[in-house]
Design a protein around this ligand. Structure first.
Ligand SMILES: C[S@@+](CC[C@H](N)C(=O)[O-])C[C@H]1O[C@@H](n2cnc3c(N)ncnc32)[C@H](O)[C@@H]1O
Length: 372
C-alpha cells in the first residue's frame, strides 16, 4: 500500500526519489498533483492530462494505481515524464554513460569553435562530454539513452556546485549575453572544474538508491494534443475505456515561452546553438488570442469525447481575464451538464507561480473544477 506522505516528505522510497524528477517552468506542486488524483479518482480509473509538462499528474495517477495518459509537446517535459514513469536499468545507463564519455575527445576541435557562452558555462571536459551526448544519445527511441539524457538535462544548469554549469538558474536558462555579463560582473568568468563521470555517477547513485518506482499502466506521448488526441479517440472507440478525470494545466496566454526559457536544454537535445523563440504553432508564447482559443477548444473538445459522463474536470489556469474566461467558456461548452466550481488555492502548499517567484498577494492560478 502506497503511503502518499512518504512520497511528499523525504526520499525514503523509490516513488519519492523519482517524483520530483525534472525542474520545469510552471510545474504543479507535487502535493497538489497527488491530492487532486486521490480526491477525484479511484484505483483502476483512467486519467488524462493533454498538457502534461513534467507529468506530475500522470506520475501521481500511475503511483496511485490509475491508468494514466499524458501528452506533451515539449521534449524537455516529455523526457522527464516518460523517464520517471519507467526509468531504464541503472547498470545499462551507467555503461552507456561510460561509452558516451569515451568518445569525448572527438570533440576537441568542436568545442574550440563554440560560442564564448559555452566556454564560460562549462569546463572543457564537461563540454566535450556534452557534445558527445548530444551527438550519440538516441533519446527519442531508446529508453536507456532517454534516461541518461534526462539526467543530464536535470543537472545541465543550476546553482554553482549543484549542476554541471557555471552559476545559473535551474528552472530557466538565461540568454547568452545576459549570462556572460553576469558572470563577468560577479567574477565568475571561469567555469567550475568538474569530472563529468564522477558527477553523473553520484547523481545516478542518489536517484536509484531505493530502486525504481512502481507505476501502474501509465504513459506520456510526445506530440501535439491537437493531433494526438484524434488518434486516442479513434483507439478508444468500440472499447469501454472512458476517462474519469481530466486533470491538466494548459499553457497560459502570452505568459511563458517554454522554448526560449529552456533553450540550453533544447540545445543538448540537438536544437539550435543560440536562444530562439520558436515560431511553430503551439510551441511559442501563445501571443495570438485566436490561436490560443482554438488550441483549447480543439483539445478540450477531443477530451470530451473520451470522458465518462460522470467524470471530473480539474483545470488549473491563469487568473488573468482572457485565459481564464476563454478556458471557462470552452470547458462549459464541451461539458454542458457538469456543475462548475471556481476555487482559489483549495490545496495547502505554494502554487506554481509562487514556486517560480511570484510574490504578489494574489496567486497567479485559479482552479476550475467541474463535476456531474
Ligand atoms: C502549464 S504547463 C503544464 C505543467 C504541468 N502541469 C507540470 O506539472 O509540469 C503547460 C504545458 O503544455 C504544453 N503544451 C502546449 N501546447 C501543447 C500542445 N498543443 N500539445 C501538448 N502539449 C502542449 C507546454 O509545452 C507545457 O509543458
Amino acid at each position: 500500500m502506497i503511503n502518499v506522505e512518504d512520497i511528499l516528505k523525504g526520499f525514503k522510497t523509490p516513488e519519492s526519489r523519482w517524483a520530483r524528477f525534472g525542474p520545469y517552468y510552471a510545474m504543479f506542486p507535487l502535493d497538489f498533483a497527488f491530492e487532486v488524483v486521490e480526491k477525484y479518482s479511484k484505483e483502476g480509473d483512467y486519467i488524462i492530462d493533454p498538457f502534461a509538462g513534467r507529468c506530475s499528474s500522470i506520475y501521481a495517477g500511475g503511483v496511485l494505481g490509475r491508468h494514466s495518459l499524458g501528452i506533451e509537446i515539449n521534449p524537455v517535459g516529455w523526457l522527464y515524464g516518460t523517464v520517471k514513469l519507467q526509468p531504464a536499468d541503472k547498470a545499462e545507463v551507467t555503461d552507456r554513460l561510460l561509452e558516451i564519455y569515451s568518445k569525448r575527445n572527438y570533440y576537441n576541435r568542436a568545442i574550440e569553435r563554440t560560442p564564448l557562452f559555452y566556454r564560460m558555462c562549462y569546463c572543457d571536459e564537461v563540454l566535450k562530454f556534452l557534445f558527445s551526448a548530444r551527438k550519440h544519445l538516441n533519446w527519442k527511441m531508446n529508453s536507456i539513452d532517454a534516461t541518461l539524457m534526462s539526467i543530464l538535462l536535470v543537472y545541465l544548469h543550476g546553482k554553482l556546485g549543484e549542476g554541471l554549469s557555471n552559476q545559473m538558474k535551474m528552472t530557466k536558462a538565461m540568454g547568452m549575453n545576459y549570462s556572460i555579463n553576469w558572470w563577468k560582473k560577479n567574477k565568475l568568468t571561469k567555469p567550475p572544474e568538474i569530472n563529468p563521470i564522477d558527477f553523473v555517477i553520484k547523481k545516478l547513485d542518489w536517484r536509484y538508491k531505493k530502486g525504481i518506482p512502481k507505476v501502474f499502466d501509465s504513459q506520456v506521448f510526445f506530440g501535439d494534443s491537437t493531433t494526438e488526441l484524434d488518434r486516442i479517440v479513434q483507439k478508444a472507440q468500440g472499447t469501454d475505456v472512458r476517462f474519469s478525470l481530466l486533470f491538466t494545466s494548459p499553457p497560459y496566454c502570452s505568459v511563458t515561452d517554454y522554448y526560449a526559457d529552456q533553450w540550453l536544454r533544447l540545445w543538448l537535445l540537438g536544437g539550435p546553438e543560440v536562444q530562439k523563440s520558436i515560431q511553430e504553432k503551439h510551441k511559442g508564447r501563445f501571443v495570438s488570442k485566436e490561436d490560443y482559443y482554438n488550441l483549447l477548444d480543439t483539445v478540450f473538445g477531443n477530451c470530451a469525447a473520451l470522458m465518462d459522463k460522470n467524470s471530473t474536470i480539474y483545470v488549473r489556469t491563469d487568473r488573468r481575464e482572457f485565459t481564464f474566461n476563454s478556458t471557462l467558456e470552452i470547458l462549459q461548452k464541451h461539458f454542458p451538464k457538469h456543475k462548475t466550481e471556481i476555487a482559489d488555492r483549495p490545496f495547502r502548499k505554494k502554487t506554481q507561480t509562487e514556486i517560480h517567484g511570484n510574490t504578489s498577494k494574489e496567486t497567479g492560478e485559479i482552479d476550475i473544477i467541474m463535476i456531474r
